[in-house]
Design a protein around this ligand. Structure first.
Ligand code: MG
Length: 384
């Protein structure tokens, strides 16, 4: 029996994780839930799963949850809040596996704390790996803590890497759907509206990640995530545009063999893989072979999607540049959604912030968070 701490329990990955727990009650139980602001969902989850600890974003929400639980006659659940509460969930002695699914750098400290306390991680938070991948992977290697990627592409790569040795890997091919603007003429990019950009062809996701898919910055973050997770250089990572999102990624070996992972487009599969690794439990997730009759792969267009080039450049420099890439993008996406800048303003803002970032490699999480704040300030000042 694996007792889980789920960081980001009310988000889509958190909810999918709980649906896996529901399906495999003899394998998984819930020790801790770190929710955010969604009090109704957090209350429902606490009542359903009865964890030892639940954490909310703020003290006020924690108070409200405690009151609701008391009123409902539910006892024995401790309620915490803020970063401290999330860290408490991640390091709870009863928890023996941590699902890290808080969006943004908010989950960084807790993920780091979980690794330091030796807990295996199911990682769905790519910003963690982008901003602090050098620190997190070093800590994990030192303590022999597995980090199992839940991001569909990296999960696919993890599966394909089980077939060969690290020294035999030539190229990691990350597939990208190409987003909704794969074929839009370049001269129309400046007039793309938030409504258009929020329509993703294959995955239903949060707002920022949907915009990041439209600019392909999401794939850029995944390039950096792949370098850190799998200990390869940016030259060993390439992107192929695959609109059907059927092949989740591929690994090319030095002998010329290419292995691909194919499955239904459903996040429950990578979640189950991460939770159960190295086992493969039987699931109800099946793939329709007819979907293989028409698959396309094409080169990404770096002119339409300058974010890809910026990500490769940041991956090459590492440290502060990766932090700045992620932070500047988050600020720019917000500005785009508020109609303060055009779609093409997103890569322009990132490029400017990167240009004013000095090369540095923060050695601590506090250093990473400071560099993150600095990059956000630079981006905000640029957009003011
Ligand atoms: Mg992905």
């Amino acid at each position: 029996m694996k007792n889980l701490a789920i960081l980001g329990s009310t988000g889509s990955i958190g909810q999918s994780t709980l649906s896996i727990v529901e399906q495999f009650p003899d394998r998984y139980s819930v020790a801790a839930l770190a929710a955010g602001h969604n009090i109704d969902e957090a209350f429902a989850q606490a009542v359903r799963w009865h964890p030892r600890l639940v954490s909310m974003a703020t003290e006020e929400l924690a108070g409200e949850l405690s009151a609701r639980l008391r009123k409902a006659g539910v006892t024995g659940i401790e309620v915490a809040y803020g970063t401290e509460g999330t860290v408490a969930c991640a390091t709870l002695p009863e928890a023996d596996f941590v699902v890290s699914a808080i969006v943004g750098v908010a989950g960084l400290e807790a993920t780091h704390a979980a690794i330091l306390s030796g807990k295996p991680i199911g990682l769905a938070n790519k910003e963690c790996m982008v901003a602090a991948g050098e620190i997190l992977t070093a800590a994990a290697r030192e303590r022999n803590v597995p980090i199992l990627p839940i991001d569909s592409e990296h999960n696919a790569v993890h599966q394909c890497l089980r077939v060969g040795a690290h020294s035999e890997v030539k190229t990691i091919w990350l597939t990208a759907s190409g987003g909704p603007f794969r074929k839009l003429p370049l001269d129309q990019f400046a007039s793309i509206t938030p409504e258009q950009a929020l329509k993703h062809p294959t995955w239903v996701m949060g707002r920022r990640i949907t915009i990041d898919s439209a600019t392909m910055l999401n794939k850029g973050l995944e390039i950096i995530e792949a370098c850190r997770l799998f200990d390869v250089t940016p030259c060993q990572v390439r992107v192929t545009v695959h609109p059907q999102s059927t092949v989740h990624s591929l690994v090319e070996y030095v002998d010329g063999s290419i292995l691909a992972q194919i499955s239904v487009t459903d996040m429950r599969l990578p979640i189950l893989y991460a939770l159960a690794y190295p086992e493969r439990p039987a699931s109800t997730l099946t793939f329709d072979m007819a979907a293989l009759s028409h698959l396309e792969f094409e080169q990404p267009d770096f002119e339409r999607f300058p974010c890809l080039r910026l990500a490769f450049e940041a991956a090459e420099k590492g440290g502060a540049h990766c932090i700045a890439l992620n932070a500047a993008d988050e600020v720019a996406v917000e500005a785009f959604l508020e109609r303060r800048i055009p779609f093409t303003g997103i890569p322009r803002t990132i490029e400017k912030v990167l240009a004013s970032t000095t090369e540095a490699h923060p050695a601590t999480i506090a250093g990473v968070l400071a560099a993150d704040r600095e990059a956000r300030q630079t981006a905000r000042a640029l957009l003011a």
